[in-house]
Write a protein that binds this ligand. Sequence first.
Ligand code: HEM
Length: 140
Amino acid sequence: MDQLSAKTIEIVKSTAPAIKANSEKITSRMYERMFGKYPDAKPLFKNAPKNQPQILARAIVAYAENIENLGALDAALERIAARHVEISILPEHYSWVAESLLGAVKDVLGDAVTDEVNKAWTEAYWYLANVLIEKEKKLY
Ligand code: HEM
C-alpha cells in the first residue's frame, strides 16, 4: 500500500482539532447523507447502537491523532474489521462512506475545507479504508 504523503499527514494533523470539535455533527450528517443516497446501507445498520455516530466519530478522531503512529491503532482496527465481517461489510461499501463522510465534513466545516484539505482527507480516508479492507479480506 502506498504511504500517505507528507503533505497529507501535515493537513490531517492541522485539521484534526476542527474535526474533533465537530466530530459528532460530522458523523451524524454522514449517516443522513448515506441513508438518503444509498438506501441499501440502511439494513446493514439495523442492529447498530444509537450512539453509532459517536463510535465512528471517535474512530476518525483517533485516526487523525495517530496518523503518524498507525501501529497504535492496529488492535482497534482488528476489532473493527472483525465486527464488519460479522455484518458482511464489503469493499464496495467503502465508497458510500467515503462520499458521505467527505461531503459531511464539507457541510459542517464549510469554507475551511479547501480543495487541498478535501484532497488530503480523501487520501487519508482511503488509506484507512484499505487497511480495513485488507484485514477483512483475510478474515473472510
Ligand atoms: C474507514 C471506514 C470505517 C471506519 C473507521 C469504521 C469504524 C467502525 C467502528 C469503530 C465500528 C464499531 C466496532 C465495534 O462495535 O467494536 C464499526 C462498526 C460498524 N461499521 Fe464501520 N467503519 C468504516 C467503514 C464502514 C463501512 C464502509 C460500512 C458499511 C457501509 C460500515 C458499517 C458498519 C456497521 C454496520 C457496523 C456495526 C454496527 C453495529 O454495532 O451493529 N463501516 N465501524
